[in-house]
Ligand binder design. Structure first.
Ligand code: GLY
Length: 365
């Protein structure tokens, strides 16, 4: 069993990573008071696969547990769905010692964390991420939110969980496209912070694609460690944490520009990282080999590296509304090398247009 600690003073917590650990989750919640109520929030798909197992383990460990199910998908990340969870919590008599347990992917984790941060002005919550994207990114670092009709994640808080429990064996039931999408964020960690890890992903390509739980456990552990190190230095996302946004400026524009239908988050991040790497090279920050290495790695893990076909989207408008802008300027995370970044706000409109043209190819290209 591997443990990564997120050290944030009195808000510190462990991330436990172990294949098969879901069956014993009740025994892993040492920092949750015994005999208290735990409301498991999950979506219909994940609850059908793992809900009863988690419920049984919590009850065996002496907790009073119930499951509350929401519909799968981003459409559930709303204040209305949060309200239905509050209602369940009030009716079930949850008090300040009660906890919420998020069993699912990023939507479930973000929504449940948001409810926990606000219910009775804040109660403990536990993250049990079941998608690769949630295991390496959204369950760690305390960003919780619901969407607003005018934008994703606009209503939220920084609210750290009490504990994160990751079972890499759960990934075997993840649909292929979603699995590859999670790998985009794993590759991102190598690209921004650890060249050796980036190289390891290539040498372990076969085992990763076969979803070998032991290799995945190590890959997830390193990803969580990189994120924990960054969050410990900049919990509230004012400086260093922005590097986690590598590839995301273009990604958010592609996701929104294609109506959140054509690309999932990881696919958009993959294309966005290539765009950001091209910008890095064009601005003289890195060699063309860096762009080639990143592109090659993404292709090996079945991720897209450019947009083929489709109308030209108004990417500028989406970039202007990016939450990470400062004084109206986009903060670009660029590469000096694989594993090394710089933050730059001096990307010209002409250069951005060139890069967008390079990654958005016509249908007959
Ligand atoms: N997903 C980016 C962050 O947690 O800051």
């Amino acid at each position: 069993m591997a443990v990564v600690n997120v050290n944030l003073g009195d808000r510190s917590y462990p991330i436990t990573i172990s294949p098969g650990c879901l069956a014993n989750i009740g025994d892993l919640l040492r920092n949750i008071d015994p005999e208290t109520k735990i409301l498991i929030v999950s979506d219909d798909h994940v609850a059908a696969l793992y809900g009863q197992q988690v419920l049984a383990s919590l009850e065996k460990a002496g907790y009073h547990a119930e499951i509350f199910q929401i519909r799968p998908g981003e459409a559930s990340k709303t204040i209305e769905v949060a309200m239905s969870v509050y209602t369940k919590a009030i009716e079930w008599g949850m008090d300040r010692k009660s906890s919420f347990l998020a069993l699912g992917g990023g939507v479930v984790g973000d929504l449940t964390g948001f409810v926990a941060a606000t219910y009775l002005r804040g109660v403990p919550f536990i993250q049990v991420p079941t998608s690769l994207l949630a295991q390496v990114d959204s369950s760690v670092g305390g960003k919780v939110a619901v969407d607003h009709p005018l934008g994703k994640n606009l209503i939220g808080a920084f609210y750290q969980p009490q504990t994160v429990v990751i079972d890499p064996a759960l990934l075997r039931t993840l649909p292929e496209r979603e699995y590859y999408a999670g790998l985009a964020e794993v590759i991102k960690y190598g690209a921004i912070a650890d060249k050796e890890f980036f190289t390891r992903l290539l040498t372990e390509q076969e085992a990763i694609l076969a979803r070998n739980p032991l290799v995945l456990g190590e890959i997830i552990q390193r990803s969580c460690q990189i994120k924990a190190d960054i969050v410990e230095k900049d919990e509230k996302d004012t400086s260093l944490r922005m590097i986690l946004n590598f590839g995301h400026t273009i990604a958010h524009a592609l996701e929104a520009g294609f109506g959140f239908e054509r690309y999932n988050h990881g696919e958009a991040v993959a294309i966005g990282m290539v765009g950001a790497a091209l910008l890095s090279h064009r601005m003289g920050f890195c060699s063309p080999d860096v762009v080639a290495a990143l592109r090659d790695c993404l292709i090996r893990f079945h991720l897209p590296t450019n947009v083929v076909g489709g109308t030209v989207i108004d990417y500028r408008g989406y970039m202007e509304r990016d939450k990470k802008n400062i004084g109206g300027e986009t903060q670009w995370i660029l590469l000096l090398d694989i594993g090394q970044t710089t933050i730059c706000n001096a990307v010209s409109e002409a250069m951005l247009q060139d890069i967008m043209a390079e990654i958005m190819l016509p249908a007959d290209a």
